[in-house]
Design a protein around this ligand. Structure first.
Ligand SMILES: [Zn+2]
Ligand SMILES: [Zn+2]
Length: 301
């Protein structure tokens, strides 16, 4: 079982487990060993499902807190980017429901929905799935964001610098941009144009549209890098019980770890040791290079 320790030097909370090293590995795609494929002895059993949610057997957080797995599809070879529109709705509803359920628990301070896509970012099981952490504390990044955001919030401002150059897609409900100060070279941010603090106030139709845009982003990356891109997809929502939580504006960040074909952006001295990111590309240049591929990426869906 995980132990939550507070670093007396930095004040940060860290989850440490002595037994997570024994987690199963099915990255090579051995179907017989896949715990997320339907089967009599797997995590999902033999019940028919579109999208399944269950407790992570190797939790990073467990009472206080939560660790859950969201298996997107029974199909071992599917990917978030290949799901039908109807199926995307099922994933959205699962996220929505879990945000509500976990966010309502007094021992969960922050609901975090994310996907580690690909072995290079640590996905230990090849079957398409994402995760949900219910942190028993507010992670430092979220704490900081809440303290520094002005009113109106940075995502509600239409005068943010070079917004037009950085925008890749704008629908009536959503905007997809290369963020002004990207941490990772090809980072893209998707956010609702209306101020929502978490996904529970976004309606089903609009949520499904957002997932359709995430599919375009995945297809865009796969086209640009020429292979299934290793990335972290992170859904930032307001901490569950924090005073002033309505200041937060929800967003999805897509964080590929590559900076070019076969080139990895390593987290090195400045990033790992100081938490200060140093980049080699301007987000407006990234948006300009990805823009011509947008139509093709949209067409592939
Ligand atoms: Zn599988
Ligand atoms: Zn806002």
């Amino acid at each position: 079982m995980p132990e939550i320790r507070r670093d007396p030097i930095s004040g940060e909370w860290i989850s440490l487990s002595g037994d997570r090293q024994t987690r199963p590995l099915t990255v090579s795609g051995h179907l017989l060993a896949c715990p997320f494929c339907p089967g009599p002895t797997t995590e999902v059993g033999l019940h028919a499902f579109q999208t399944a949610v269950f407790d992570n057997r190797f939790p990073a957080f467990d009472r206080p807190g939560a660790s859950e797995i969201v298996v997107y599809s029974p199909d071992h070879w599917a990917d978030l980017s290949t799901l039908s529109r109807d199926h995307l709705g099922a994933v959205w509803s699962a996220w929505h429901h879990r945000t509500q359920a976990l966010g309502g628990r007094p021992d969960v301070a922050q609901v975090f929905i994310f996907e580690n896509r690909g072995t290079k970012v640590g996905a230990s099981i090849a079957h398409p799935h994402g995760q949900i952490y219910g942190y028993p504390f507010v992670p430092p990044r979220m704490q900081r964001e809440g303290e520094t955001w002005p009113d109106p919030c940075p995502l509600c401002r239409d005068d943010s610098p070079k917004l037009v150059e950085r925008t890749l897609l704008a629908t009536p409900d959503w905007r997809l941009v290369a963020p002004w100060a990207a941490r990772m070279p090809f980072q893209l941010t998707l956010y609702p144009r209306a101020h929502h603090s978490d996904i529970t106030t976004v309606d089903y139709q609009s949520g499904r549209d957002a997932m359709g845009i995430l599919q375009v982003v995945y297809a865009l990356y796969d086209r640009w890098f020429g292979h299934k891109t290793a990335l972290v997809m992170a859904l930032y929502q307001a901490p569950s019980h924090l005073f002033g939580r309505e200041r937060y504006h929800l967003r999805f960040d897509c964080l590929p770890i590559e900076r070019g074909p076969e080139k990895i952006k390593y987290l090195a001295g400045s990033e790992l040791a100081m938490g200060a990111f140093v980049g080699d590309m301007l987000p407006e240049q990234v948006a300009a290079s990805l823009r011509p591929l947008m139509q093709t990426a949209k067409g592939e869906l």
